[in-house]
Structures are given as C-alpha cells and as structure tokens.
Design a protein around this ligand. Structure first.
Ligand SMILES: *Cc1c(COP(=O)(O)O)cnc(C)c1O
Length: 388
C-alpha cells in the first residue's frame, strides 16, 4: 500500500483542505501590524454567523479544552454550585475541570449513547436552586449524540438564573448553533474538528449575562481571562501573540464556508450522517445513538461479532483509513467515524465500502454491498427533494 496516503475519518483532528494548507504557508506578519488587524476584522462576521451571535467571537491560542477551562474559571467562583450534564467523555471533562477549581459539582449523568433528559434537568434545577451555571456538551464526541441544546437552554432559563455554558467543539461549523436566539451564555469550540484547521485555536463567544458574571467573579485568572480577549477582539487585536499561521488558514476556511453557504454546509453534514447511519445499519452493525439524537458530525457504533480493534487495524493497514476507538469504558467496544469539516458524500462512500471489505474478511455476516447500497439510496433521495 502507498503508505503516504492517510484518510482521516476520526472525529478530530480532521483533514485540512488544500487551499487552507496553502494559506498557512504564508510568510509571517507582525502581530501588531495592520495586516493582522485586517485579518481579524475579515474573519469576524463569518465566525459570528457560525456562533449565531452579534457578540464578538474571541480567538485564543489553545486547544478545545482551554475553552472548557476558560468557560469554567471565568464564570464560576470557588465554592459555587453548578450542574454538569454528562452524556460521555467530554461531559466528564467538564466535571474534572470544575472539581480542579473547587467548584461544587452536581453531576447529571445519562447512559452513554443517550442525550440529556430535559425533565431530569428540570428536577435537578428545582432541587438545587443555588446553581450558578449549567454545563452542556452539544455534540458528545465519544458517543455521537447531539444534545438538544435549544430545548435544554430554555429549561435552564425557565427554572433558574444559571448560565448556560456549551461545549460545541465537535460540531460548531457543521451544525446550526444560535447563541443569541437560544439564550446560550458561553459557547466554545476548537479549530481541528468541523472548522477544518489543525489543532491550536479555541473560539469563544458569550452573552451580556455571562460578561456580567465574569466581571463580578473574584477568581483570579490571567492567560485565559476571556474579558481580555473580548476587549482586544473589539479592537481587532489579541492580548497575546496570535497563532498567525492558523489565522491565515481560518481566513480561507471562512471563505470556503461562505462559498458553500452555511445552509449548504449544514445540509452536507446531515446527508453524511444519514448515509453513514443507514450504511452501518445495513451491515448489521449497532448504532450507539438513536436517529432522534444522532450528530451530523460523528457516528459511534459497535460490531457484534468482531473485536473493534481488529476492524480499526485492518482499515488502517489495508486502506489507510483511520477511524477512532471509543472512549472511557467503551474504548474496546465502540468504533467512531468522523464525518465533519472537509468531508463529503464521496468520503463516506469510501469509508463504508472499505469497511464492508474488512468486515467480510473478518467473518462478520451481512449481505455484501448492502452498506454501500443503503448509503447510495440516501444520496439519491436527496436529489428528489426528500429531506434527509
Ligand atoms: C475534541 C473535543 C474537545 C477537546 O479538544 P482538545 O482540542 O483536544 O482540547 C472538547 N470537547 C469536545 C466535545 C471535543 O470533541
């Protein structure tokens, strides 16, 4: 096999489009020069559209987790009580961060593969009337569940004054997000998932309510002080040296998304979700999430007859395709296919077809070709205007 070829179908980092890769090769510019301000000014409206906000979107040099940590330390004082909704590994990460910062955490946990239950959240809010923030994971990457953020946010606002804080790292840019309309207080994301960039940038936007809480919060913070970034963003600047090469790439990403139109981008992700799910089902594989809560960006599944790691190994060795293992207690049983960012129906067909060969080879029984045919049918329906 041509070993140089690497087909990344993991839920981040995701492939970087050639145009973006090229843009990142540009020579360095001064971070206090007008060229950098122009660049920040240019990407601003595109980012605001993705976040669904008229607030400033700040860009921070850091991985996605720096966004989770920033959301916690900027808004929650030591000793305050919060609810963290846990639907998988990334909800657990919010719990760990909160515990590291001496926050009183109420964990509202669901089975992995399920979404946050709005009634349970309501009950928890009524029981703990003193919570100051509720932490939610939009797409739980470990299970492929897309939590119903709009609905959950309305429950939080109806039954409390808590802030709604959302980890949108693995779906913002591939799934509609409306910070303003849905009453979200903080939304964070990272560069290496649906935003088609390498890892290294964190993006964050917040509401006026969140700003007021940040201003009143006595907890010390320095590099991740979001008020610093927000103030600098308003002047098209950054408080510290930005990751300029990634900003060059971001400029191209914003352009690419505009060319496809944002609705087109979201439609493409829904199409890839349906193709992947119907394809996997037709191969007698078990989907972890139900259709009602399935994320357009990542699909988790199990193989009833073959060890998950054998499947991953064969896909990598025979086809150069990387899919991901599960996380936490699902590490050895679950497989995950990332279909976000620089990914199309063509890529989904490739991974499904290769997976069929691998499964046949490993002795899993299903009707040969059924997965590919099921995905093809989803694609064909799209052309007839049937909503997928
Ligand atoms: C990838 C991911 C993160 C963390 O990202 P890092 O860049 O690895 O820090 C956080 N939340 C979710 C939901 C993710 O998918």
């Amino acid at each position: 096999m041509l070993t140089e070829q690497m087909i990344l179908r993991i839920p981040g980092p995701t492939p970087v489009p050639p145009r973006v890769q090229l843009a990142m090769q540009q020579p360095m510019i001064g971070h206090r020069d007008p060229e950098t301000s122009d660049l920040l000014k240019q990407v601003g409206p595109g980012l605001q559209q993705l976040f669904g906000t008229t607030q400033q979107v700040s860009i921070v040099a850091g991985s996605g987790t720096s966004g989770l940590e920033a959301a916690v330390i900027n808004t929650v004082a030591p000793g305050e009580k919060v609810i963290v909704c846990v639907t998988g590994a990334f909800g657990e990460r919010f719990v760990s961060i909160c515990k590291s910062y001496e926050i009183d955490v109420v964990v509202l946990e669901e089975q992995w593969g399920e979404a946050v239950n709005a009634d349970r959240l309501k009950k928890s809010l009524l029981e703990h009337s003193d919570v100051t923030a509720v932490f939610l994971t939009y797409c739980e990457t470990s299970t492929g569940v897309l939590n119903p953020i709009e609905k959950l946010s309305s429950v939080v606002h109806k039954y409390s004054d808590a802030l709604v804080i959302v980890d949108a790292v693995s779906c913002l840019g591939g799934v509609e997000t409306k910070l303003d309309d849905w009453g979200l207080d903080i939304v964070v994301t990272g560069s290496q998932k649906a935003l088609m960039l390498p890892g290294g940038l964190m993006f964050v936007a917040f509401s006026e309510r969140a700003r007021a809480k940040m201003e009143a919060n006595p907890r010390p913070r320095f590099y991740l002080d979001l008020l610093k970034y927000d103030k600098a963003s308003k002047e098209f600047s950054t408080p510290f040296t930005p990751a300029t090469s990634l900003l060059f790439g971001l400029q191209e990403v914003v352009q690419l998304l505009a060319e496809e139109t944002i609705e087109g981008v979201y439609d493409r992700h829904r199409l890839m979700r349906e193709m992947t799910r119907r394809g996997l089902e037709a191969m007698n594989l078990n989907l972890l999430a139900t259709d009602a809560v399935a994320s357009p960006t990542v699909t988790a599944f199990t193989v009833p007859t073959v060890e998950a790691k054998q499947v991953r190994k064969a896909l990598k060795e025979q086809f150069g395709i990387r899919i991901a293992a599960g996380q936490g207690h699902q590490k050895d049983t679950v497989l995950r296919i990332g279909h976000m960012g620089y990914c199309t129906a063509t890529d989904v067909l490739t991974v499904l077809t290769a997976l069929e060969i691998v499964l046949m080879d490993l002795g899993h029984t299903f009707s040969p070709g059924a997965g590919t045919v099921a995905a093809q049918q989803v694609f064909l329906k799209k052309g007839t205007g049937v909503h997928v």
